[in-house]
Design a protein around this ligand. Structure first.
Ligand code: GLV
Length: 335
């Protein structure tokens, strides 16, 4: 069994993988050029990759012996799952292990934007602080306000848990229409499900926590910004393209919303100049899951799923379990 990894795995995950397979790994932590991924995949049965690696039909056609792709991320919008299904390639992701780290960062960005922490830091460093003033760096208090959570999945719930400790009231949207889950969310967080339009109108703070799919691309656009309150603080730790970035910058420039805390962008690592120029945004380089513990957990889960699949067990973190029979066939025929 031969595996290619587009980066460096944490030691425990790497050791587990190496006990089982012949491992070839990209030597750098930098994003790997696509042609190099294709070249290094020659003769490999599995690929362990990250969210910057694009995986699609062209890759599967070039490397027909590829049977599994383990994406070391919970989001898998970098992978064309329909193409993978067609090619009989099993896809796994890393759900669950990064919920707390991502929710922590969402809260860090929310507090930083609401309390102007980054602006305040620059102010002190530039030597502009002349003494305590009543109106210096006034921000927004969280207690008693309303947080709108767009996407109440695992990460959304971890955000809600933190929000309760800060005295926030919670409203949310979620994809699935099921009264039982809504009842559980009411009980756990006193949270109320609303329409996206109402969420935009009623929220003092908004946190985006839904995955990027065709139906969530530009979910928050010009029409949604028009509904938001002028003091609204918007935080995104999901995927940049869930928000129409141009519309967001317009809304910030025209003061239709107060500020943003952003960990993700539409064309990463590109951050528009207009956004960089705004003092009321806090910017982070997609580090939602970037704690040592979580990154190790993600690598370990990716390797666990891979080892299970190649040992004949459908892993719980398979994104396209329907492809299992095709995968098993491929495994048997030793293509
Ligand atoms: C990070 O963005 C992830 O999807 O895990």
């Amino acid at each position: 069994m031969k595996v290619f990894v587009t980066g460096k795995l944490s030691q425990k995950a790497f050791d587990a993988l190496q006990n089982f397979a012949q491992v070839d790994a990209y030597e750098s932590d930098d994003p790997m050029p696509r042609e190099q991924v294709e070249a290094r995949l020659e003769g490999k049965d599995a690929l362990v990759c990250i969210l910057g690696d694009q995986v699609d039909a062209a890759l599967f056609q070039k490397r027909p012996q590829l049977k599994l792709v383990a994406n070391v991320a919970v989001g898998y919008d970098n992978i064309n799952v329909a193409d993978a299904n067609e090619a009989g390639v099993l896809i796994t992701n890393t759900p669950g292990v990064l919920d707390n780290a991502t929710a922590d960062l969402a809260f860090g960005l929310l507090l930083a934007a609401a309390r102007r922490i980054v602006e305040a830091d620059g102010f002190v460093r530039r030597g502009e602080w002349t003494g305590w003033k009543r109106e210096l760096m006034l921000g927004a208090e969280l207690n008693g306000k309303t947080l709108g959570i767009v996407g109440m999945g695992r990460i959304g719930k971890a955000v809600a848990k933190r929000a309760r400790a800060f005295g926030l009231n919670i409203i949310y949207t979620r994809k699935c229409d099921d009264a039982k889950t809504d009842g559980e969310l009411k009980k756990a967080f006193d949270a109320q499900r609303v329409s996206l339009q109402d969420l935009c109108k009623l929220s003092d703070f908004i946190s985006i926590n839904c995955p990027l799919r065709q139906e969530t691309r530009h979910l928050i656009g010009k029409a949604e910004f028009a509904l938001m309150q002028a003091h609204c603080v918007l935080v995104n730790t999901s995927r940049g393209a869930v928000i129409d970035e141009e519309a967001m910058i317009d809304a910030l420039e025209q003061k239709k919303i107060a500020s943003c805390g952003l960990d993700v962008f539409e064309r990463e690592p590109l951050v528009p100049e207009r956004l960089m120029a705004l003092p009321n945004v806090v910017l982070a380089p997609h580090i939602g899951s970037a704690t040592k513990e979580t990154r190790a957990g993600m690598d370990e889960l990716a390797v666990k799923g891979l080892l299970e699949a190649f040992s004949g067990k459908l892993p719980a973190n398979a994104v396209n379990p329907d492809v299992w029979n095709k995968f098993a066939e491929k495994l048997k025929s030793k293509v």
